[in-house]
Write a protein that binds this ligand. Structure first.
Ligand code: C5P
Length: 287
């Protein structure tokens, strides 16, 4: 039995820069990892790809990104090996945390190793991009500035890490719905501004925004309540991740974070509340 972790990601900010002819939006976003993990256990054998999910999911298992990732690898590499995958879901779905993309990326990286396929990181990322715009980030294995639709990655390991209180109010938000809620409008920004240099400035991140916040708030008004709760607890920066509805607050100290987590849990018992420090290197890189 081989065990692999698929971490969540958070977007420290997300700027929409344009839209392609195929409807995909061009982005500028920094994504980093958060210590909330799905767990994938893999048994190589036979020539089928099978999946067991814990807790069980409704919906067609054939559509699960883990199964699609494994089949895509078989097809691309003319590979006749099979695998049984057991997936333990801890990352909420449709939450802006990249759970499905992370599962797909871990599947591609793990099977590349277990099936001895010898694909490069670039080849895996190209395959991964056909499954989801966030998959290449996880295959890149590092905190990164993502441009294009998410596939042009610049590693950003020199950024600080942040103690976060991450909250999901239990309302799924569909990513296509959040993007289409923009109605083709977003703030005008200087595409030539050197983001890499700008981000080294002290506290530059505090004024960067997530352009999907406004359409996501229309789809899930609970997002407003999470913002209010985190501000009330004294978070120095509050931001939505991805297309929502997860929202995180950055706190000055671990003590403040623990206090805020307890206080919010006692007031809102149907919210998922996670605390932890962001990190820069994907666990797959270390083994
Ligand atoms: O690639 P992913 O599955 O994450 O995207 C889901 C949907 O979100 C896409 O079909 C598209 O409608 C929208 N999207 C977008 N621009 C992006 C990423 C996603 O418009 N950069």
């Amino acid at each position: 039995m081989n065990r692999f972790l698929a971490p969540a990601k958070v977007n420290l900010f997300l700027h929409v820069m344009g839209r392609r002819d195929d409807g995909y939006h061009l982005l500028r976003t920094v994504m980093t990892f958060f210590p909330l993990y799905d767990i994938l256990e893999m048994d190589v054998g036979g020539n089928e790809v099978t999946l067991a999910c814990h807790p069980p999911v409704t919906g067609n298992p054939e559509q699960n990104l883990v199964v699609r990732a494994a089949r895509l690898l078989q097809k691309n590499c003319n590979c006749r090996q099979g695998v049984h995958i057991s997936l333990t879901k801890n990352i909420p779905a449709a939450a802006g945390l990249g759970g499905g993309s992370s599962d797909a990326a871990t599947t591609l990286m793990a099977l590349n190793r277990l099936w001895s396929l010898g694909l490069s990181q670039t080849e895996l990322a190209e395959i991964g991009l056909t499954l989801g715009a966030d998959v290449p980030l996880f295959i890149g294995q590092k905190t990164a500035l993502a441009e294009g639709i998410g596939e042009q990655l610049t590693p950003m390991e020199t950024l600080p890490t942040f103690p976060l209180l991450l909250i999901n109010p239990g309302v799924p938000v569909s990513t296509p719905a959040a993007f289409s809620g923009l109605n083709g409008r977003w703030p005008e920004r200087d595409a030539n501004w050197s983001l890499a240099e700008g981000l080294q400035e002290n506290d530059a991140l505090t004024w960067m925004e997530n352009d999907l916040e406004s359409p996501a708030r229309c789809l899930a008004p609970e997002i407003d309540t999470v913002f209010q709760a985190l501000h009330q607890q004294g978070a120095r920066m509050v931001r939505m991740s991805g297309s929502g509805a997860s929202v995180f607050g950055v706190f000055e100290s671990d003590n403040q974070l623990i206090f805020a987590a307890e206080s919010i849990k006692s007031q809102y018992n149907n919210w998922l509340v996670f605390s932890g420090r962001t990190f820069h290197i994907h666990p797959f890189a270390s083994g």
